[in-house]
Design a protein around this ligand. Structure first.
Ligand SMILES: Nc1nc2c(ncn2[C@@H]2O[C@H](COP(=O)(O)OP(=O)(O)OP(=O)(O)O)[C@@H](O)[C@H]2O)c(=O)[nH]1
Ligand SMILES: [Mg+2]
Length: 391
């Protein structure tokens, strides 16, 4: 499963985002370090279900809106110097190593300082938080590379030494693949002999690997109380930014669960369908205004931005019956897989099960009922029958 991590300074609203996105009950509080141990749960990316192209809905979506599971991780707040052990230190940096993408939750309202302590709204500059997660990650990774460099030097004395292999072995724990390391080395200028590497070379490697393996989306949270100017300035940075009200999303999800509003995560608006008090109505109207301004609460939009834009994955649907789009039990469009763009039907087969991948014979496009070429690159929403010796 794809893994998304929430990171950022304390009190920015990570756990509120997590609670809204996973419907899990976790602690939220207006003080730093409410969260100590990481929370791990499941949220969803939202996409258009292929069953919209058929007469009937599949039963695995919300009237054509499909939610595909992804993992969400909520970690302790990060303070400057975390890589040296400040705050809760390295422990949660460790927790981030499995993440495919990071949502850097920023308090766009400027109502908390760099340690996460409440201050008057608008007095702390959220731009200070923009580069901070990546800097901590980079410093931390640089430390790992420095500490392990001696072993690379030792290996380099062997005649069959290969720098790609040595670095892949070292960086795999950080989520770097052989491909990432190769691409990184191609883009950097570095001495061939590891003994000649300077601190600077290792730091450049750390920065490049971080950028490849842990891309970042800025969640400009507390948009409901943020000065407009702050959001404008955050938008001018070089990162993808999503104005968000995690609190608003949480309230809407609760209201939807209670049956008083009609709202699907990621909708741009909601409808009040039940009896509510005046106070509730007032609260919901405030959320409605923020949503109208930003095109939703931002929670689902942040997840989708991370999954479909930054990680650039697509959703593919394996089926056994190419006419009915069902599996062996008659369930329509039972599964959705998120695969990197460029994936082929064989990659989908492997994602379903390694046996299906190994026994792969060919695939059929269930929309056209035509056999798919071996090198066909899957598209968003493809429905595919896999023919395998294992199925
Ligand atoms: N106005 C407003 N407040 C919010 C929003 N999201 C979260 N908060 C508040 O911000 C405070 C901190 O929220 P948490 O979710 O606990 O923050 P955190 O980032 O998990 O904090 P730590 O676990 O301490 O690092 C709480 O008082 C929340 O109610 C939002 O969108 N708008
Ligand atoms: Mg928290």
């Amino acid at each position: 499963m794809l893994s998304i991590a929430l990171a950022g300074k304390p009190n920015a609203g990570k756990s509120t985002f997590y609670k809204a996105a996973t419907q899990a009950d976790v602690d939220v509080g207006n003080y730093p370090f409410t969260t100590i141990d990481p929370n791990r749960g499941v949220t969803h990316a939202r996409t258009r279900c292929p069953c919209l192209d058929r007469e009937e809905r599949c039963g695995n979506c919300e009237d054509g809106t499909r939610y595909v599971p992804v993992e969400l991780l909520d970690v302790a707040g990060l303070v400057p110097g975390a890589h040296e052990g400040r705050g809760l230190g390295n422990q949660f940096l460790d927790a981030l190593t499995n993440a495919d993408v990071i949502l850097n939750v920023v308090d766009a309202s400027g109502g908390t300082n760099e340690e996460g302590e409440p201050v008057e709204v608008g007095t702390y500059d959220p731009l200070e938080e923009v580069d901070f997660v990546e800097e901590e990650l980079e410093q931390w990774l640089t430390g790992i590379i420095d500490r392990n460099w001696e072993s690379v030097e030792r290996k380099s004395r062997s005649p069959d030494f290969d720098i790609d292999d040595a670095l892949t072995e070292m960086l795999t724990g950080f989520g770097a693949t052989e491909h990432d390391v190769a691409a990184s080395l191609r883009s950097l200028d570095y001495p061939t002999d590891p003994m000649q590497w300077e601190d600077e070379d290792r730091e450049k490697l750390a920065r490049d690997i971080r950028a490849r393996t842990k891309p970042i989306v800025l969640v400009a949270n507390k948009a409901d109380i943020a000065p407009e100017e702050n959001l404008e300035r955050l938008r001018e940075t070089d990162k993808p930014v999503v104005p968000t009200t995690a609190d608003g999303e949480l309230a809407l999800r609760k209201a939807a669960e209670a049956g008083v509003v009609e709202y699907l995560p990621g909708d741009e608006e909601f409808e009040i369908v039940g009896d509510i008090s005046d106070a509730q109505a007032e609260g919901l109207e405030k959320i409605r205004e923020v949503m109208a301004e930003y095109g939703g609460t931002g929670v689902q939009q942040s997840i989708n931005r991370a999954v479909y834009d930054v990680l650039d994955v697509l959703t593919a649907y394996p089926v056994q019956n190419e006419t009915k789009w069902t599996d062996g039990t008659g369930e329509m469009l039972p599964d959705a897989f998120l695969l990197p763009r460029g994936s082929t039907p064989k990659d989908l087969a492997y994602a379903v099960h390694s046996d299906i991948g190994e026994g792969y014979l060919h695939a059929v496009n269930a929309r056209s009922n035509r056999r798919i070429a071996e090198d066909y690159e899957l598209d968003e929403g493809d429905v595919v029958k896999i023919v395998s010796t294992a199925s």
